[in-house]
Design a protein around this ligand. Structure first.
Ligand code: ADP
Length: 760
């Protein structure tokens, strides 16, 4: 309740008593209760001041009432203006004054006071009823608070980490770092977004953090931030939830942008992955020894080289020693001594026994790092599986040795020459061939040992070889032996190209063909003689055939005479002759008949060659049909089967005779135990037809397979089987005339197959 109203309520008579009472009351009030009166003429006074003024202003109440200005002189110069302004406003607007100002005391001590007074308009003046109390302590605290607040705000503002205060999904405040981090222009811009829009709520990590925060009040962890443009980024969030006096919650959130870290981590992981891929591709493992910590580090490939799954063991010197081949254990010493000997590099190959028991060869190179005092810090190493490389080296060495062996001991002369430097390598054979020692020959050139007339030979090919237009050339030429004699050689020259495919060196293989030349010459002579003989033979053959033809033809006439006179003799004088004479005449007539057959067959035989060659398409099926008709008289119970015979190119009459002879024989030499079956078949070969005449007759013993094709050769007596022994000889002649072959396959008592070929 205002003091003025308290006074108003007193009536005039009791004023003095009540004032006294009030005086007593106010005496114990810690501040100053007062009335201040400002007259319209500008004068002023304190009609009333309580005792508290003594300790606050250092004046008695009487002193103040006597000289009111004393009080105002105590006001801190810096606050005077604001105080008078407040009083003016209060006077004009009749508003309460409530102001904190400073007082300066004698010792220049500063006291803070709060002046709180209510104006009242009187007829000639304004009167303020007020209360002043000291607030130095509160003010100092407040200032401290402000100061610390300011300090924190500075820290937050200048921080690189984001700070966001939020309440009910609204951003209340945020520092510049947060605004930048989330991609906004300003705090206002950021406030347009809800606080929810700053974080990805689909990220389960956020859900979890919120759950924990609801229980613990605060939480730290990684979440996914969302920038204004929607880009997601990984950030660390430290969030505290504070309950306001009204029960609502505010959250204070610190954010650290981890996207750079994430990117760096991704880059690191990627480069590590690349490294291990590169290591795997190159089969190079890496290792690191930290002398300070005694720790070993192995790359994935290092494990694999040892036949281990990556990271299956914590790497230790003992484990790597365990894989060392027993023969190589001494290398552990070399390894251990390297830092003691202050080596910078260390390289060695060693054999290891992999986890699967396979022995492999590895090469390792190590680099040692020392500190300023020369103490070893680290050793970095690369280890490579070189088993295949080593095997290749061995194979290469072997092949080189083999090549050298082949080169050195070859029966052929071999020389390798350079277009500019001349001969580089010459083998013994070439030296021996030319009669020089290796040293002598190396000083000479191809030209020097080549016969002057053959120098131009092969020059054209050599140019083509150099221009890459041919791979090699082969010529026969003459070399000059050291003793001046001529050696005929066959030279094969090829080109060795260098890495760039350019002609580099020539390889000449030289064969001494002097002897072969001689042999060739002799062979040529022999060939010539042979040709002459062959011609002579041909001529004599023709003559023979002609003779056989003429003889057999001319023999027919006297034979006919012998036969007819024998008939006459028998006819005219038969009755006078005794039985013996008749029997003799019978023999003579049989001989004449047989001779006639022989002559006819011989005629036939000689005709085969003399018939003019007139090839035509001959259908063998038809031929067999005709033959069957011809042989009808002797067919009896025989069966002839012919199927799928081809049409071939040949001389019809001869092919007909050929088949007639073969089928005729098949019927003639039939078994007495079974009916004859003759089967004629054909097989088509790539270049010829193979025709077979197969019977189930008496068969032929293998020893006679050749003989039966020779003229007059028979296996049987004429009384058992009639014949002249010319039939198969004619067959052979006909087949050969057609360019084919004829042979027999047979088994005695089972049957025979006469097979002949006719070219297509
Ligand atoms: P020829 O039949 O007139 O005696 P070939 O020259 O035709 O004369 O035959 C020579 C011989 O071959 C015959 O005497 C016979 O012994 C034997 N020969 C030929 N064909 C057959 C056959 N199909 N089966 C068994 N023997 C055969």
């Amino acid at each position: 309740m205002g003091i003025s109203s308290l006074i108003d309520k007193t009536n005039a008579s009791s004023t003095a008593i009540e004032l006294q009472l009030l005086q007593k009351l106010f005496k114990n009030v810690p501040g100053v209760v007062y009335q201040f009166q400002l007259f319209d003429d500008g004068t002023f006074c304190f009609p009333h001041v309580s005792n508290g003024a003594v300790s606050l202003f250092g004046y008695t109440t009487e002193e103040i009432m006597m000289d009111a200005s004393k009080i105002f002189s105590k006001i801190h110069p810096g606050d005077r203006e604001s105080f008078y302004r407040a009083r003016k406003v209060s006077q004009k607007e009749l508003l309460n004054i409530n102001i904190d100002i400073r007082l300066v005391s004698d010792g220049n001590n500063i006291k803070w006071i709060n002046v709180n007074s209510t104006p009242e308009r009187l007829s000639d003046s304004m009167i303020w009823h007020g209360y002043i109390h000291e607030i130095t302590e509160e003010k100092e605290k407040e200032l401290l608070l402000l100061e610390s607040e300011g300090r924190y705000r500075n820290i937050i503002e200048s921080s690189l980490n984001g700070f966001v205060i939020g309440k009910d999904a609204v951003v209340l405040d945020a520092n510049d770092a947060a605004i930048r981090m989330f991609g906004y222009e300003s705090l206002e811009d950021m406030q347009l977004a809800t606080r929810e829009g700053l974080l990805d709520h689909d990220d389960p990590r956020l859900m979890e953090l919120r759950r924990i925060r609801a229980i613990a009040g605060k939480v730290n962890g990684e979440v996914t931030g969302i920038k204004k443009d929607g880009e997601r980024f990984n950030c660390f969030m430290s969030s505290t939830q504070i309950q306001e006096p009204d029960g609502t919650f505010q959250s204070m959130n610190f954010f650290i942008d981890l996207s750079e870290r994430t990117k760096a981590e991704e880059r690191l992981a990627k480069s590590q992955q690349l490294l291990s891929q590169a290591e795997a591709i190159a089969h190079i493992g890496s290792s690191e020894v930290d002398y300070k910590t005694g720790k070993f580090l192995w790359s994935d490939e290092f494990y694999r080289i040892h036949g281990l799954e990556p990271n299956c063991y914590e790497p230790t010197p003992e484990i790597s020693e365990r894989f060392l081949h027993p023969e190589e254990k001494y290398k552990v010493e070399i390894f251990n001594e390297a830092p003691l000997k202050k080596l910078d590099f260390l390289e060695f190959d060693s054999k290891i026994i992999r986890a699967d028991g396979v022995v492999r060869e590895v090469s390792s190179s190590w680099k040692l790092i020392y500190d300023a005092d020369g103490c070893p810090l680290k050793m970095y190493g690369v280890v490579q599986d070189i088993t295949e490389k080593k095997q290749l080296e061995v194979a290469l060495k072997l092949s080189e040795e083999q090549f050298r062996g082949a080169f050195e001991y070859s029966a052929m002369g071999i020389a390798i020459a350079d277009s500019f430097k001349g001969w580089i390598f010459i083998n013994d054979s070439l030296c021996n061939m030319l009669g020089y020692s290796r040293e002598e020959l190396l000083k000479l050139s191809f030209q020097k040992v080549t016969h002057p007339d053959d120098l131009e030979l092969g020059l054209k090919y050599l140019i083509e070889l150099e221009e890459g237009r041919r791979d090699f050339y082969k010529i026969e030429k003459r070399y000059l032996h050291k003793d001046g004699s001529i050696i005929w050689v066959m030279v094969i020259v090829s080109m060795i190209k260098n890495k760039d495919g350019k002609p580099h060196q020539f390889v000449a293989q030289v064969e001494n063909i002097s002897q072969r030349e001689e042999q060739d010459r002799v062979l040529e002579e022999l060939n010539e003689q042979l040709a002459i003989r062959a011609q002579e033979l041909l001529d004599s053959n023709k003559e023979l055939e002609r003779f056989a033809y003429v003889a057999s033809h001319d023999l027919q006439e006297p034979l006919r005479m012998v036969a007819s006179f024998l008939q006459l003799l028998e006819k005219k004088y038969g009755h006078q002759l005794d039985d013996k004479a008749k029997e003799y005449i019978g023999y003579a007539a049989g001989g004449a008949k047989r001779m006639k057959e022989l002559i006819l067959d011989m005629l036939e035989y000689s005709r085969v060659s003399s018939v003019a060659i007139q090839y035509e398409n001959v259908d063998l099926n038809r031929i067999v049909g005709d033959v069957q008709l011809n042989l009808l008289p002797i067919l009896e119970n025989a069966t002839i089967i012919a199927s799928g015979l081809p049409t071939v190119s040949g001389i019809r009459s001869q092919l007909s005779q050929l088949l007639q002879n073969l089928i005729g024989n098949a019927l003639k030499y039939k078994s007495t135990e079974r009916n004859a079956i003759v089967e004629i078949t054909a097989i088509e070969k790539q270049k010829e037809w193979e025709i077979s005449v197969m019977d189930n007759g008496i068969g032929i013993d293998a020893q006679h397979f050749e003989k039966i094709f020779v003229i007059f050769q028979r296996l049987h007596n004429k009384n058992d089987y009639s014949g002249t022994g010319i039939g198969l000889a004619i067959c052979k002649k006909i087949v050969e005339k057609h360019g084919g072959r004829i042979w027999v396959e047979s088994e005695a008592d089972k049957g025979s197959s006469f097979i002949f070929t006719i070219p297509k």
